[in-house]
Design a protein. Structure first.
Length: 345
């Protein structure tokens, strides 16, 4: 009897990214990457291929960032610098940031060419706060936006980015805000850092309706997030029919995280991964790339990454039930927004 096909997951990472040291007591520490890699190593997934990334080129970064900004960052290689109050560079930081962006590019190459079913990009520094001309919120280059642009350059017509980091992905939103070739769905705590991501922030010009923000109050958990993904993201994605899906996979909505004040568990992140992978199988040929963003409790990060990678490998995710009234109301309002801008037609 033939064995069922099991997905091959490409893991792109490099221990050189441990050389990014933003400060002795900084939340975005090298231990985060070590925790994520422990989670991957412990995952019950027998079809993992690990590969070292290449560095992103200045031209590839300039698809998202102003060239003067890219050149300014490259000029800081091997030095220490402060880019914003939260974002600091050590001697190894620019090299790490180039690898972090390059890892997303390599994942796109492999998944779009059919060399892997899906990918987990275990990198730091994270990226979703970085905007065109400056760093922000621990982020130097916007890794997921750079990867999405690469997918479009390789022939993808429609890209879906799902951001479940507890903080709104303001940099990603800003880059694609007036475009319809990228649909950006962002579930985050609100109001909260960085202050973006209100319900009626829906895009501009050709992009109207292609940014969907799910601004969540503090204290929401597995069933609340799953409800939003099932009731809003799934039908919107079915109407949009993306060619490839990216997840800005921040794990700082975990109940153990010191920054987020949400109540998601390891099983909750497995459930969200399951919903997105199901969407990818239905509409995007299974092509989904997870890119590490936040997550600052090391134990929670390790367990949650493990749970996500196991679902990428074909394990059955849980199905949380019992969503709160707040989540029910937000799902209702967000569906109204999506319908108003014809995203569901």
């Amino acid at each position: 009897m033939s064995q069922p096909h099991l997905p091959t997951t490409l893991v792109l990472t490099d221990e050189a990214m441990l050389g990014h040291h933003p400060g002795r007591f900084h939340a975005e520490s090298p231990a985060r990457l070590e925790a994520a890699l422990r989670g991957i190593a412990k995952a019950d997934h027998h079809h993992i291929v690990r590969r070292a990334p290449r560095i992103a080129t200045a031209d590839e970064l300039a698809r998202v960032h102003a060239r003067r900004y890219v050149d300014a960052i490259l000029a800081l290689r091997g030095t220490r610098a402060t880019l914003d109050p939260d974002t600091h560079l050590s001697e190894g930081s620019v090299g790490a940031a180039l690898l972090a962006a390059g890892a997303g590019l390599g994942a796109v190459d492999a998944v779009m060419r059919g060399e892997a079913s899906n990918a987990f990009v275990a990198v730091r520094p994270p990226g979703h706060h970085a905007i065109a001309d400056h760093a922000m919120g621990f982020c130097v280059f916007n890794n997921v936006a750079v990867a999405a642009e690469h997918a479009l350059a390789l022939g993808a017509r429609k890209v879906l980015i799902v951001d479940w980091d507890v903080h709104a992905g303001n940099g990603t939103e800003a880059h694609f805000y007036n475009r319809s070739d990228v649909l950006f769905f962002d579930a985050h705590r609100y109001p909260f850092y960085p202050g973006s991501g209100a319900l009626h922030d829906v895009g501009r010009d050709e992009g109207v309706g292609y940014t969907l923000n799910a601004p969540m109050p503090a204290g929401l958990g597995d069933a609340d997030y799953a409800l939003l993904f099932e009731r809003v993201l799934a039908p919107v994605a079915a109407a949009y029919k993306p060619d490839i899906i990216f997840i800005s996979a921040g794990y700082d909505a975990h109940r153990d995280d010191p920054l987020g004040d949400q109540r998601v568990t390891d099983e909750g992140f497995a459930a969200l991964t399951g919903i997105v992978t199901r969407i990818a199988r239905a509409h995007a040929g299974g092509r989904v790339i997870m890119m590490l963003e936040g997550g600052y409790d090391l134990g929670a990060l390790e367990r949650s990454v493990r749970a996500s990678v196991e679902v990428l490998g074909g394990s059955t995710p849980p199905e949380p039930r019992g969503a709160s009234a707040a989540a029910e109301l937000l799902a209702h309002d967000l569906l109204l927004v999506a319908s108003r801008y014809h995203v569901l037609t």
